[in-house]
Design a protein around this ligand. Structure first.
Ligand code: FMN
Length: 179
């Protein structure tokens, strides 16, 4: 198999994850780091932009990840599809979109509630239900994660395959590596 087709297939699987609720690629792990500490959490992959190889994620302005990515935009996404036995490790750079109202307007009222929780996410509360959806603030944020490198591993009884891809502005360098 041609290495670029192998990488293309992995990128298509990322893209499909944004539109297919059942795809395990819908829910990658996003890692960020601050002060030499690493933080990980599951997020929803919302949209893929093929023109600049970036993935859109929504979050709350008051979340820890927002602060971490603002301070240090270097981050990574980890995807795993157990049926395809496909892992993608992605290194990226986060930026924050100005036109977030466009995305906000497309959410239903229930989805919007995730961005108005009080007290702010991660604050200690006296009981499990000691929070409410009542913030008057506009806390919705749209994060764009621009792909820098991909590491794609496909496990198979016929032989594992692993390749890396370095994405530059106008070119992509793909090569096989030992699994
Ligand atoms: C299935 C699932 C999907 C999630 N999707 C998002 C998401 O798209 N954006 C987000 O900010 N948090 C999402 N979360 C919550 C985060 O995993 C995390 O618990 C929360 O955002 C606080 O993370 P932080 O303190 O690192 O910012 C999701 C959690 C689960 C279990």
């Amino acid at each position: 198999m041609n290495v670029s087709i192998f990488i293309d297939d992995a990128i298509k699987t990322i893209q499909r994850g944004t539109v297919d609720r059942k795809s395990p690629f819908k829910l990658p792990v996003l890692s960020s780091s601050i002060d030499n500490n690493i933080h990980q959490r599951i997020v929803v992959a919302r949209r893929y932009n093929e023109h600049d190889h970036s993935l859109i994620i929504y979050t709350d302005h008051e979340s820890k990840k927002y602060h971490q990515l603002k301070t240090n935009p270097s981050c990574s996404l980890l995807f795993w599809d157990p049926k395809k036995r496909l892992q993608v490790q992605l290194a990226g750079e986060a930026s924050f979109l100005e036109n977030k109202a466009e995305y906000w307007d497309k959410l239903n009222e229930n989805q919007k509630k995730d961005y108005v929780i009080n007290p702010f996410p991660g604050t200690e509360i006296s009981s499990a239900d000691g929070y409410s959806y009542d913030s008057a603030e506009y806390r919705f944020e749209v994060i764009s994660i621009h792909f820098k490198t991909l590491d794609v591993l496909e496990l198979s009884p016929n032989g594992h395959r692993r390749a890396k891809s370095i994405l530059n502005k106008n070119e992509r360098e793909d090569f096989w590596v030992s699994p």
